[in-house]
Design a protein around this ligand. Structure first.
Ligand SMILES: CCCCCCCCCCCCC/C=C/C(=O)SCCNC(=O)CCNC(=O)[C@H](O)C(C)(C)COP(=O)(O)OP(=O)(O)OC[C@H]1O[C@@H](n2cnc3c(N)ncnc32)[C@H](O)[C@@H]1OP(=O)(O)O
Length: 299
């Protein structure tokens, strides 16, 4: 999997991605970069500073970082590589797209397709959640834009959330607004973060929160000026890194394992449930209307 290219430079490749260590792009010898072997098609960019052990994973799937099958797979592969890389100690998740952290699951993956496609897509959604929620290393979400539904879920899996102080950005599980339902593991992730009553109201109404409101309900941990989101995430990561790693990791696992195990125990049933739900005419109709609404918003 890994090959030494020249002194201090190793290449790890899987699918379309490569991991280069040593001096690359930025001329900093301590920087690792993961990028696609076809840079124009890469949906993420990862830089790992080997002097600090902090990796920054930037989502760059135009236009709005919607989570389609390819994008989810690419994120998962990169997370796996970083988890195996001993020089990586923590990952900051952020967006390279302006104003959007992630628009959530790609609605086009859930609309007008066949059951096999829905099953494959849902499996990859499960995969990313299992990977992130059970991630052994520290994760921090540097939320520099809006983050509805699946985008919020990605942020919720992190150990810490820092959001840009811009009232035009919103975050939340808005599924009911689309006429769909957040599955139990989305619900559990939310519930474990904001508590039962807030989660109940939030899920039923499909509420989207401004950064200051998200802070009030502990959906995010910190709100900072936009230009400070990444630097604050790095500072926060340093605080996490000061804690003895083994103790922190076990504590994280202790809090999250029951929820992870719950999905692991019924993955196939959850996929079946999703396929049957999303294939219903009434659900397809709701999604179709929502997509039209998104298009009309522009005109
Ligand atoms: C008995 C029990 C039963 C339970 C069973 C449970 C089973 C499980 C059920 C199903 C669960 C599904 C869970 C779903 C999770 C999701 O994540 S659904 C997606 C939710 N996302 C959204 O609602 C976001 C919608 N988008 C927006 O609000 C805005 O686009 C934005 C992100 C805020 C960006 O705004 P702006 O910058 O103004 O850009 P736009 O012009 O609106 O968008 C640009 C183009 O992108 C398209 N687009 C946007 N979001 C998506 C998306 N999520 N998927 C696909 N495409 C998207 C948008 O249409 C524009 O396209 P073009 O017009 O072609 O340019």
């Amino acid at each position: 999997m890994a090959a030494v290219l020249r002194r201090g430079v190793k290449l790890i490749s899987s699918g379309s991605s490569q991991l280069l260590s040593g001096g690359c792009k930025h001329g900093r010898t301590s920087t690792l970069c993961i990028s696609s072997s076809r840079p124009s098609s890469s949906k993420i960019n990862v830089e790992l500073d080997s002097s600090t052990g902090i990796a920054v994973m930037r989502f760059q799937n135009p236009l709005v970082n919607s989570l389609n099958l390819d994008f989810l797979t690419e994120i998962c592969i990169s997370l796996e590589k970083l988890e195996l890389d001993k020089s990586c100690r923590g990952v900051i998740l952020t967006s390279a797209q302006p104003k959007i952290f992630s628009a959530g699951l790609d609605i086009l993956e859930m609309y007008g397709k066949n059951p096999e496609h829905y099953a494959a897509f849902w499996k990859s959604v499960q995969e990313i959640w299992l990977k992130l929620y059970g991630y052994s290393k520290i994760t921090i979400a540097a939320i520099n834009g809006s983050s509805p539904a699946g985008g919020c879920l990605i942020a919720l899996t992190a150990d810490y959330r820092i959001m840009a102080d811009n009232p035009r950005y919103t975050i939340g599980l808005n599924e009911t607004q689309l006429g769909i339902v957040a599955p139990f593991w989305f619900k559990d992730t939310m519930l474990n973060t904001v508590g039962h009553r807030t989660a109940e109201l939030s899920l039923q109404f499909g509420l989207m929160y401004t950064p200051s409101d998200a802070l009030k309900i502990n959906l995010v941990d910190l709100v900072v000026p936009e230009e400070q989101v990444l630097s604050t995430a790095t500072e926060t990561m340093t605080k996490f890194l000061a804690i003895p790693g083994h103790a922190r990791e076990i504590s994280k696992s202790m809090m999250r394992k029951p929820v992870v195990d719950r999905l692991l125990s019924c993955r196939d049933a959850d996929i079946k449930n999703f396929v049957s739900f999303i294939s219903k005419d009434s659900i397809q109709k709701s999604l179709g209307q929502y997509l039209s609404m998104l298009k009309q918003k522009k005109s």
